[in-house]
Design a protein around this ligand. Structure first.
Ligand code: 5GP
Ligand code: MG
Length: 186
């Protein structure tokens, strides 16, 4: 595959490359090796938070070495725009949680509301352990109490698309991660 193009258009917005596929792959491998180390000899249930985490989860689980159960849930907070609505809706969560090692797989942690709400909900179901792996994290916009156990990479507060992440449902299929570039509109 050739080098990534220098800019792309998704809907009405322009994006430039931020994290290329080789770096993403290294981030995923590094997260997986920490999980493999921490859960050696244990079983793990991963809950993939749809839709944004589907590619991260697909790549991550293929590096895991313990027995793994894969479950899915839907958490929405974003609507169609580029800012979070602040209210989290959780749907489709039917995993067997009690007494299990639960690992939530999230695409990106922004305010942390999504993760915090999911953890609150799941902890009531008495898991053996409850941890979170996120491909990306925006520490400058976290609420105080966010804790993420495994992070691929920290970024600034910018809006990104690609590798599962969308802008109004487009851009999820892109193999690299692209950042919103406001300059062409300036
Ligand atoms: P939080 O609840 O932590 O504020 O927001 C987390 C959710 O917002 C993520 O699961 C993701 O769906 C969405 N999100 C946060 N930042 C971005 C971003 O830069 N790009 C995209 N596409 N989604 C984001
Ligand atoms: Mg999400």
């Amino acid at each position: 595959m050739a080098e990534a193009e220098s800019i792309i258009q998704v809907h009405d917005k322009t994006f430039r490359p931020l994290i290329l596929r080789d770096e993403i792959s290294a981030m995923v491998t590094s997260v997986a090796s920490k999980i493999n180390r921490d859960f050696a000899g244990e079983e793990l249930t991963v809950i993939v938070i749809l839709k944004g985490s589907f590619l991260f989860a697909a790549d991550l689980v293929r590096h895991l070495t313990m027995p793994v159960v894969v479950e899915f849930a839907r958490a929405s907070s974003y609507g169609k725009g580029m800012t979070s609505s602040g209210t989290v809706t959780i749907e489709g969560l039917s995993a067997d949680v009690e007494g299990r090692n639960i690992l939530l797989i999230e695409d990106i942690v922004e305010s942390g509301t999504t993760i915090t709400e999911l953890k609150k909900h799941l902890s009531l179901l008495h898991p053996k352990s409850l941890t979170v792996a996120a491909l990306l994290s925006k520490p400058s916009v976290h609420n105080d109490a966010v804790s993420v156990d495994y992070i691929g990479r920290e970024i600034g507060s910018e809006f990104v698309v690609g590798y599962g992440l969308d802008y109004a449902e487009q851009g999820r299929h892109l193999a690299d991660i692209w950042v919103y570039d406001a300059s062409p509109e300036a």
